[in-house]
Design a protein around this ligand. Structure first.
Ligand SMILES: [Zn+2]
Length: 168
């Protein structure tokens, strides 16, 4: 059972605290906002509902996308809860700015990695699982080709499958 938003809309808030210091507030927000827009072809509404002080990764009734600086293994994480019938309750996306700082120090295109991670996590927030196809945004493999940054036709197809039922 895939988690899904029964009214076909994912309404998210943003907390800018802890974003990478090498991006302005606007630049950091733009990465997140664009990643949400990149799923538009799925047919679900991803609506930005404003800034919040609430932390990402805490179940508090609000879908929060934001940053933390204490990442260890992952560059990003989606925390979600659903009812037994698959209806989503909450999905928060945490981006670990300290991990992207490390990428940057290693000479990796951290901005691109951030874009890809944000898109991948929005996919989870919409209910998508991992894909075994390396060209998919939902792949867990490290996607080295910049042109693979966007959701693939396969990703969008998987997303559409979840939302093929009419909204409640
Ligand atoms: Zn994942």
């Amino acid at each position: 059972m895939h988690m899904h938003w029964s009214d076909h809309s994912y309404v998210w808030h943003y907390n800018s605290e802890g974003h990478p210091s090498w991006l302005t507030d606007d630049q950091a927000f733009a990465v997140v906002h664009q990643a949400a827009k990149d799923w538009k072809a799925c047919g679900i509404e991803l609506r930005y509902a404003g800034i919040t002080d609430k932390k990402p990764g805490v179940f508090d009734g609000k879908n929060v996308v934001g940053w933390r600086t204490d990442g260890t293994r992952y560059s990003a994480w989606t925390s979600w809860r659903m009812r037994r019938d698959g209806r989503a309750v909450e999905a928060d996306i945490t981006l670990y700015s300290n991990i992207f700082d490390i990428y940057r120090r290693k000479g990796i295109d951290a901005y691109l990695e951030m874009r890809k991670s944000a898109i991948h996590e929005f996919g989870h927030a919409l209910g998508l699982s991992h894909s075994s196809k390396p060209s998919d945004a939902m792949s867990v493999r490290v996607r080295t080709r910049p042109e693979w940054r966007l959701p693939s036709d396969n990703d969008i197809g998987e997303c559409r499958k979840i939302y093929s039922r009419p909204p409640l």
